[in-house]
Ligand binder design. Structure first.
Ligand SMILES: Nc1ncnc2c1ncn2[C@@H]1O[C@H](COP(=O)(O)OP(=O)(O)OP(=O)(O)O)[C@@H](O)[C@H]1O
Length: 766
């Protein structure tokens, strides 16, 4: 083996590249590999593994616990504490013993508590992150060996135990199916189904291929494979290169941030230093005129410097932070870096998503609206009354990624509610042998007792009436994607000679994928009717295709499956706001903190929820910003002012202005309070065609609906560019803003399991 030069920085290894003449980051197998290539890995021998181990190091995520001395140096080496040491020395020289001892004791208590807290946090992080176990690796030629997971290297082929396990590395699934709880990484407790990596010629991408990747730290709760086949996966990344490793690195080495609080505190010190210097000069001059001894003059002049900064300030700050940390802990919020507590006091904008944050996690089924004769019919509340052959009912029963674990139906709460409303039964299918990858589910209508000559026959042995006979096999799933706003399944009904595709998603998306003739003409009116009431509306589309073999089904492109659909109806769900939401919004608004809703849901639903929870005030008028593409030139932007005056009839409540009319500089042609609402489509077009208007829209925008993940990030970035910091000075912060900080911390229990995904530059995205 040739010699390698490597350096380690922040737990990552950088290897010298002789050709590029620079150090490059050592990567796992996740870069530049085609998907089919992963199937070529057959397992390393012990020798090959040891060679790679020398480069990658052990597969461990080792969190260091700093020594007391290191923490002491880090804690005490702040400008405030250094200044305090200086002050204490001067006060001793002036013989202020009692006062000095009191301050000394306070500071010692502050530093000691801080050290104890930091060590405790570091230890608990180490304990929660440390994990190792035995794993079975393939040594090639069908030989398997049990080794410690610490010796795994990228390229190893491992066996996933049938009864599940906690993943010790990132790995690509080669065969079988796994149902995984990824809450450790994503905070989402909904189990995710992982399918084998297809043998395609496409380059692997961690995000795109996340449904074929098992991530380190996640728990495999159920596995499925054909017969006695072992479930195999090829190790992609180990140690700190894994997704769990990245998470730990981001905690250990948070990105450097330029907080206004820090900058203000240095400005504060400089101003005080100038005042102290002037006082010093005055003391020296006035005392030397009175012929006082030089030593006395020096001590008096230095003493003046020490009283400029309140001596108890550093200790008070430390104690304040400790108090806040303890309050957070009681609310089950774990804060590793106490500096962010100061930062939370600077927050002046909080962005919420809707579902599960402002509204309850669970939804309630309200009813369905099937299509009949080119028209959406009246809503049906009792879903079981739909005929068994109804495509809407079949779509509700099959189009989901639910799974049964320990007799419990698990999956997306929306899917659970929709499926449960049908009353159908779900079962694991027997394995289909002409397919080498996916393992399917079967759904069937409930067994209904039949009455014959007034005797009820409860059909326990499973034989069904003619109408109830058909069971449906879910052959292929295209899982729900927030960006695509939809999911689909390919199904086969017993004894049928064709396959049925069902696609369920946002109404706008299903309409765009449906054959225009199949979309009912009253679709938009009905959609408006339900979304205005704050309901969550999901649409269903279907298509019949001729029967093809399973292997071909597995190769079918998603875009080909989800096209030319027939629109079959709407599913209406109730999504109630959490009882505590309105109070929290009130507190935030009272503290002049801007509240914004950024959601993936329909704009009418979003507006209804925003009004209900108080994000849009009672006296506030909403200006709905829309764009209309034209053949040539820039698209037309319209501003529809929706006045909330109940005495004005509905049509007159809407007034439309053009982009020029609205005088966007200050909006000063309106004599009423207003805020903007828009969708992701409008956002994208305005960003591209009217970049100069973006700032105004963001400043006054409170509801952003149908936003994709990427657009959500763009909006946060725009808010940051607008300078959403705490606008207040440090003195204001110290005396007025600290109570607000505590208010903010008090508000956090709104979210039982809170993941503040970004808290930066005065912006919190929850
Ligand atoms: N399980 C699902 N199956 C099919 N479509 C769904 C499913 N869940 C959500 N959708 C549709 O996709 C849209 C986008 O979903 P996404 O998860 O991005 O946002 P959201 O849940 O509506 O709102 P938020 O961003 O506030 O959480 C939803 O508004 C809904 O119409």
């Amino acid at each position: 083996m040739r010699e390698l030069r490597a350096v380690w920085c922040k737990k990552l290894c950088y290897v010298w590249d002789d050709q590029r003449k620079e150090f490059v980051k050592l990567a796992g197998l996740d870069r530049g590999r085609k998907c089919f290539e992963y199937h070529r890995f057959k397992g390393y021998s012990a020798y090959e593994q040891s060679l790679r181990l020398a480069i990658y190091g052990k597969n461990e995520i080792h969190v260091p616990v700093n020594s007391i001395l290191t923490i002491l140096v880090l804690e005490a080496l702040t400008p405030f504490y250094i200044f305090q040491v200086f002050s204490i020395m001067v006060w001793f020289a002036e013989r202020y013993y009692y006062y000095t001892i009191a301050i000394l004791l306070m500071s010692l208590f502050g530093i000691t508590s801080s050290i104890v807290q930091t060590r405790k946090n570091q230890r608990s992080l180490r304990e929660s992150m440390h994990s190792a176990g035995a794993v079975i690796v393939c040594r090639g030629n069908g030989r398997y060996e049990e080794i410690s997971s610490s010796y795994l290297v990228p390229g190893d082929v491992i066996e996933i135990p049938r009864n599940g396990c906690t993943m010790q590395c990132d790995a690509v699934l080669l065969n079988g199916n796994c149902i995984v709880n990824e809450s450790m990484l994503t905070g989402e407790s909904v189990p995710v189904t992982k399918n084998p990596m297809p043998k395609t010629n496409v380059t692997y991408d961690v995000k795109e291929d996340s449904f074929h990747t098992l991530f380190c730290g996640t728990r495999i709760i159920q596995t499925r494979s054909q017969g006695s086949d072992r479930i195999l996966a090829v190790v992609l990344r180990t140690g700190f290169l894994t997704s769990k490793g990245e998470l730990v690195r981001s905690i250990l080495y948070p990105p450097p941030s330029d907080f206004k609080f820090d900058r203000d505190s240095y400005k504060f010190i400089v101003i005080l230093a100038v005042i102290a210097l002037l006082g010093c000069v005055y003391t020296v001059i006035s005392k030397s005129e009175r012929s006082i001894a030089v030593a006395d003059i020096v001590i008096k002049a230095l003493g003046l410097i020490t009283i400029v900064i309140p001596p108890a300030l550093p200790a008070a700050m430390t104690l304040g932070k400790l108090y806040a940390l303890n309050r957070l802990k009681r609310q089950q919020i774990f804060c590793m870096n106490s500096r962010v507590i100061n930062v939370s006091g600077s927050i002046d904008c909080v962005c919420f998503d809707k579902t599960g944050t402002l509204t309850e996690d669970g939804l309630d089924m309200w009813g369905v609206v099937p299509v009949d004769n080119d028209k959406l019919k009246e809503p049906i509340k009792d879903i079981t009354s739909l005929p068994k052959s109804s495509p809407l009912l079949k779509g509700m029963a099959t189009c989901h990624s639910l799974t049964i674990i320990n007799d419990e139906l698990l999956g997306d709460p929306l899917d659970v509610k929709v499926f449960e409303a049908t009353g159908w039964i779900i079962e694991e299918a027997s394995i289909n042998n002409n397919c080498n990858s996916s393992i399917s589910n079967i759904v069937k209508p409930p067994i209904i007792p039949r009455k014959v000559n007034s005797i009820t026959i409860n059909n326990l042995n499973g034989s069904r009436g003619k109408d109830d006979q058909s069971q449906i096999e879910i052959i292929r799933q295209y899982q729900f994607s927030s960006t695509l706003q939809r999911m689909s399944v390919v199904t086969k009904t017993d004894n049928s000679s064709y396959l049925e595709i069902f696609c369920k998603g946002s109404p706008e998306m299903i309409v765009s994928l449906s054959n225009p003739q199949s979309v009912p003409h009253n679709m938009q009116d009905k959609l408006k009717e339900f979304t205005e009431k704050g309901y969550r509306v999901i649409a269903v589309g279907t298509r019949i295709i001729e029967e093809i073999c399973n292997e071909e089904i597995q190769k079918m492109e998603r875009t080909a499956v989800e096209s030319n659909l027939e629109f079959v109806g709407l599913i209406i769900l109730e999504n109630r706001i959490k009882p505590e939401t309105s109070d929290v919004i009130k507190v935030l608004k009272g503290a002049k903190i801007k509240t914004v809703m950024i959601t993936g849901d329909n704009i009418q639903t979003a507006l209804s929820v925003a009004k209900e929870c108080g994000i849009i005030g009672k006296n506030e008028n909403v200006i709905n910003v829309t764009v209309e593409p034209i053949e040539s030139g820039k698209p037309i932007v319209s501003f529809d002012v929706i006045k909330t005056n109940r005495n004005v009839n509905k049509e007159k409540q809407i007034q439309t202005y053009s982009c020029d009319e609205i005088m966007m500089e200050n909006g000063n042609n309106f004599n009423f309070r207003y805020c903007y609402a828009m969708t992701g489509t409008t956002w994208a077009i305005i960003k591209e065609c009217y970049p100069d208007k973006v700032a105004e829209l963001v400043e006054k925008g409170v509801v952003f609906a149908r936003m994709s993940g990427q657009q959500k990030q763009q909006l946060i970035q725009e808010l940051k560019t607008l300078g959403y910091y705490a606008g207040e000075s440090l003195i204001f912060f110290l005396f007025l803003f600290l109570p607000l900080l505590f208010i903010l911390i008090c508000t956090i229990p709104l979210f039982p399991c809170i993941w503040v995904s970004g808290i930066e530059k005065g912006l919190a995205y929850i």
